[in-house]
Write a protein that binds this ligand. Structure first.
Ligand code: GDP
Length: 202
């Protein structure tokens, strides 16, 4: 179950460029700043591995990491980056949707949602698109260590998580699996790896 080795394999700009050896893969996706690189690094216990995905020119790519020589973790570009030009955002939508719909060895999309803030419209749209297209999805709530001060009207991560799940319920026949995580405390790390291993053996 644990990550023994992790190697960066390649960056692809479209689905047909992705590695074609057919081993199972899991894709991490989420809004920019959701904590995707931190989570990736926490999963592989390597501080800077995900920096590969943050290098200029690579943030808009599909980045494949081979784990234990037997499956892939895939880092997809973050969405909802307000400063991105319109064309970039449109391209992003086109190629990630193509990836989700056509990547046959994709076992599950891990959709990252920031549990420290209220549900965002773009995250709900994203989850609903995945649900309506019946793409297998696991919800990964990030930053669960962050406690908002009540007096500022902020909600606890647990409350944000519950509200998010209620808001997306109508788009799914069954409630998607969900995991609460923190890259600061490593909460949820083992649970994610166990879940991935169960999905691979299913
Ligand atoms: P990305 O843009 O999705 O790759 O996000 P990053 O991993 O770069 O994280 C964005 C910001 O959120 C950084 O300032 C991180 O330090 C912070 N962050 C990421 N994960 C956590 C977490 O689990 N807990 C807390 N408190 N902060 C986090």
């Amino acid at each position: 179950v644990d990550v023994v080795n992790a190697d960066f394999v390649k960056s692809s700009v479209e689905t047909k460029e992705c590695p074609c050896d057919g081993i199972p893969e899991f894709a991490l996706v989420g809004r920019s700043n959701v904590g995707k690189s931190s989570l990736l690094n926490s999963l592989v216990r390597r501080k800077k591995l995900a920096l590969t995905s943050k290098k200029p020119g690579k943030t808009q790519c599909i980045n494949h990491f081979r784990i234990n020589d037997s499956w892939y973790l895939v880092d997809l570009p973050g969405y909802g980056y307000a400063a991105a030009p319109h064309e970039v955002r449109t391209d992003w939508a086109k190629f990630t949707k193509d990836y989700f719909l056509n990547r046959s060895n994709l076992v599950s999309v891990f959709l990252l949602i920031d549990a420290s803030i209220p549900a965002k419209k773009i995250d709900l749209e994203y989850a609903s698109w995945l649900g309506q297209n019946q793409i297998p999805m696991t919800l990964v709530f990030t930053k669960c260590d962050k406690r908002k001060k009540k007096k500022n009207g902020g909600k606890r991560p647990e409350e944000n998580v519950q509200i998010f799940q209620e808001l997306i319920r109508e788009f799914f026949q069954t409630t998607p699996p969900w995991i609460m995580t923190s890259s600061m405390t490593n909460q949820g790390r083992d649970e994610i790896l166990l879940h991935m291993s169960q999905l691979r053996n299913y």
